[in-house]
Design a protein around this ligand. Sequence first.
Ligand SMILES: [Zn+2]
Ligand SMILES: [Zn+2]
Length: 426
Amino acid sequence: MQLILRQGRVVDPSQKLNRVMDVGIDNGRVAALSPKIAEKGRREIDARGLVVFPGFIDMHVHLREPGREDAETIESGVNAAVRGGFTGVACMPNTQPVNDCEAVTAFILSRAREAAKANVYPIGAITKGSQGKTLAEIGEMRRAGIVAISDDGHPVGDGQVMRRAMEYSRLFDIPVIDHCEDRELAAGGVINEGYYSTVLGLRGINPAAEEVQVERDAVLARQTGARVHIAHISTRHSLAAVARAKKEGVALTCEATPHHLLLTDAAVAESSYDTNTKMNPPLRLREDADALVAGIVSGDIDVIATDHAPHSIRDKMLEFDHAPFGIVGVETAVSLICDRLVRPGILPLERLAELFSANPSGILNLNRGTLAKGAYADITVLDMERKLEVRPEDFASRSRNTPFAGWKLCGGPAFTIVKGKIVWSV
Ligand SMILES: [Zn+2]
Ligand SMILES: [Zn+2]
């Protein structure tokens, strides 16, 4: 056997497993799974004390190539991803040019093959140039390898365009991922509208800007029968709308980011206008963050995704009003969630596996998220006792824009394995 992980705790909800076992890998696939594999591996990992999961997938990242290679390339992005414990990432189409046709999709996939680390799953644009007007070449992109469509960053305002996109997505059995934001209601704001926007003198984004679009999408998803996934959900009312639609049988799913789970808009004040607390949607209230945490525990939220949005230091150095939205996330997400939610006993390991692996795989139809015999040997191994400090200067990403610098965390990746190959280890 090519590789054997010895005596790690295997947590795989797809097989209802949470027990100490050996995992044998051959030809890039899981070849054996048992309390003790008698055979010897060409290579063996002593996984005692470690937790072995189906590979984690970050279904919302921005890799910036083509167009903004100063902030991130596909290669630097996947290096960052595997360092953060991710075996796969789905990348948003808002590159320059936008991924709205076969040529850009093919380019991304060829760069990902050269990097040969994490799996890269391109997401195509909903509309040409993400301009919100006419549908992109969705069928063509699907044949080239996209796994979903989204105009992330440029929300589709026109309900009729969104309805057509949903109808069209059904032909290819791909989800529509929506960045829910009513641009008129958002009114050029830069921070959550509330106490802190007032005391800091910053333009506010009313939570309704997100909530009305979530409600619209729930209605359209029911109408069209399309699978719709709400990106970076941030308010308690948005979440309640998703939960309601799910109960009615609408094919609606959603994701939350670590920063919306762990931070609130108070961070903007506490950091004295650090632009690394500026993201879209903005950090919200304590009640919202608490509702999101309850949602990842209960299953109302399906996925944790980072919205990894690299920006160069020069761009983020602007004053708060003018700095771009977004923060990097792939190198901190898993440790943040382990430290703040898993270790304190809020989030069970089985839920962690669903949120980071089985559910993103299922939503994007990636045929992953399991360690069943015969499955791709994409594996994330965590050391729940690993102590680390978030040090942006050590990031593999080309960008450093994180609000978590200096945080001391316990729990993090130990090995990242893609198709049986160890692509990163601590
Ligand atoms: Zn977005
Ligand atoms: Zn995004």
